[in-house]
Design a protein. Structure first.
Length: 267
């Protein structure tokens, strides 16, 4: 059976964006061997939780909104786009479920920022457009390169599947990427490791989750990857994008439910 991948509707206020964007993620998941499951933003928490329970992994997509800066202790700057509370609420339900049960997470652009804030990190609310134009947009196939740590999960994916697309230079793998964002991760959230940056300006391009701990303190592998670019948009053109989705879906296919740990009160 194909693993079911929960993908929330990107935004609560832009149907045209949703129609165009959500199906791009769904198509990439399907082509990688998964079954995309649309998570609505308008359902009750109980209805959404019941739907999430049927899924083996979470994909957090991009969005035209920005995460509410109050969640990471800042006031909005003038360039900050309005927040989307409905999307943020669903993201939190999805991330919490994945965190509790160690379900694989792939987070893209806004999704990576949402994940980082949930983990207690901060965002850069507006990037100066020089020397790299990070808000290049969906029509620019390659905006810059990402310098990726070879010893990271992402580095392993690239070295195993598409070494020619990401050659090594100065100790990092250099992957050409698209770019469509004006914000970025600032301080990484709890347990997130920075594994890629834009070499021209140091903007964080990827984070990974590493290990999660259960209530008894034992560490378990938890596959978490957040990227600032859009691999779903370059699926047809980039073998690296295909490898990212295939690895994510493979992790979902091999996921098994973790036991729920409960504490027993002493008499």
């Amino acid at each position: 059976m194909r693993p079911r991948i929960a993908i929330p509707v990107p935004t609560s206020h832009n149907p045209e964006y949703n129609q165009r964007s959500w199906h791009t993620y769904a198509d990439a998941v399907e082509r990688a061997g998964g079954e995309p499951v649309q998570i609505p933003l308008s359902g009750t928490p109980s209805d959404i939780a019941n739907l999430i329970n049927t899924c083996q992994a979470v994909l957090l997509p991009g969005s035209p909104a920005d995460v509410n800066p109050h969640k990471f202790g800042q006031e909005p700057v003038p360039e900050c786009s309005p927040a989307d509370p409905a999307r943020e609420n669903v993201d939190e339900l999805l991330i919490q479920d994945a965190h509790n049960l160690y379900k694989p997470i792939l987070a893209v652009c806004f999704g990576a920022q949402s994940l980082n804030v949930w983990r207690g990190g901060t965002l850069v609310q507006h990037l100066v457009p020089m020397p790299v134009n990070h808000p290049a947009g969906r029509n620019v196939a390659v905006a810059h390169t990402a310098a990726i740590a070879p010893d990271s999960v992402l580095g392993g994916i690239l070295k195993e599947g598409t070494p020619a697309e990401a050659p090594e230079q100065d100790g990092f793998l250099r992957l050409p990427v698209n770019s469509s964002h004006h914000q970025a991760i600032g301080i990484p959230g709890d347990g997130l490791r920075v594994t890629a940056r834009c070499p021209q300006d140091g903007v964080i391009e990827a984070v990974e989750g590493g290990l999660a701990s259960n209530p008894e303190g034992a560490a378990h592998p938890h596959w978490v990857l957040g990227v600032q670019w859009h691999p779903e948009r370059s699926y047809d053109l980039s073998p690296a994008s295909q490898s990212i989705f295939r690895r994510f879906v493979s992790e979902a296919a091999h996921w098994t439910p973790r036991p729920i740990h409960t504490s027993v009160a002493k008499s």
